[in-house]
Ligand binder design. Structure first.
Ligand SMILES: C[S@@+](CC[C@H](N)C(=O)[O-])C[C@H]1O[C@@H](n2cnc3c(N)ncnc32)[C@H](O)[C@@H]1O
Length: 232
């Protein structure tokens, strides 16, 4: 049911896109978008996927069996999103380089990851265990594709497992507010090349480069920890 609705909306989105914004897609080479442009692209396509009656409740309110499926691996299925302002702060601190690879551990709807990919023009990878959230992210990526410069890979799987992208991920978001220390540690162990990491909890034994209080979907002032490490 959700799949059919999402597929219909995706078709609608593609048709609208083809009719309206296709011109931009023909401008090569694609460039990183400004903050205002990236926000507009994500918000426009995201709105196309909203259910008129229920909005994006399917992202927040998983079916019980899917919630258990996510939590069986030790994480937490509760949903929430980092804001564009928070992502802009992260970018301003990080100064991304052409060789960087973006990553969102627990990428949910894909909004944060796709926003960063649009802003930087860098390749990006997201891992999300929930099939519903992963599917939403895949459709958002399809819609945003004409504006993306590099590949955005979306993995439906466990963020504690080593995926091929893990070797390359260097600029990483980790919204680990509700994850235990052990779970967070096993997730970060599979990413050996992190040089910039944003978390929602401090990492034991590592001094953050900076902390701040920034908006998320659940709070205007969510504490965040930024770790900038020397590149290998
Ligand atoms: C707080 S949400 C963050 C969404 C997105 N990163 C953002 O900030 O906008 C955390 C996400 O982690 C996902 N998650 C929980 N356990 C996971 C696991 N073992 N592997 C992959 N994703 C997981 C949840 O389904 C949820 O979508």
């Amino acid at each position: 049911m959700v799949a059919r609705r999402v597929a219909n909306l995706a078709n609608l989105g593609l048709a609208t896109f083809a009719a309206g914004a296709g011109v931009t897609a023909q401008c090569e080479p694609r460039r990183p978008l400004s903050a205002a442009e990236a926000r507009r692209v994500v918000e426009l396509f995201d709105r196309m996927m909203l259910d008129e009656e229920y909005g994006d409740i399917h992202l927040y309110d998983l079916r019980e069996d899917e919630e258990h499926f996510v939590e069986a691996l030790g994480g937490d299925a509760t949903y929430g999103e980092l804001s564009f302002d928070l992502l802009e702060w992260f970018l301003a601190q990080t100064e991304v380089q052409p060789e960087d690879v973006l990553c969102d551990l627990g990428s949910g709807s894909g909004r944060a990851l796709i926003y960063l990919a649009l802003r930087t023009g860098l390749p990006a990878v997201g891992v999300e265990l929930s099939p519903t959230r992963h599917q939403h992210a895949e459709i958002l990526r399809t819609l945003a594709q004409p504006f993306l410069r590099e590949e955005v890979e979306l993995v439906q799987g466990d963020l504690q497992e080593m995926h091929p992208f893990g070797k390359h991920a260097s600029v990483v978001l980790f919204a680990n507010k509700l994850f235990s220390e052990e779970f967070s540690a096993s997730a970060l162990r599979v990413l050996p090349r992190i040089r910039a990491l944003l978390t929602l909890k401090p990492l034991p034994g590592e001094l953050p480069t900076k902390t701040a209080e920034l908006p998320t979907s659940w709070s205007f002032k969510q504490p965040v920890w930024l770790y900038l490490r020397d590149a290998e």
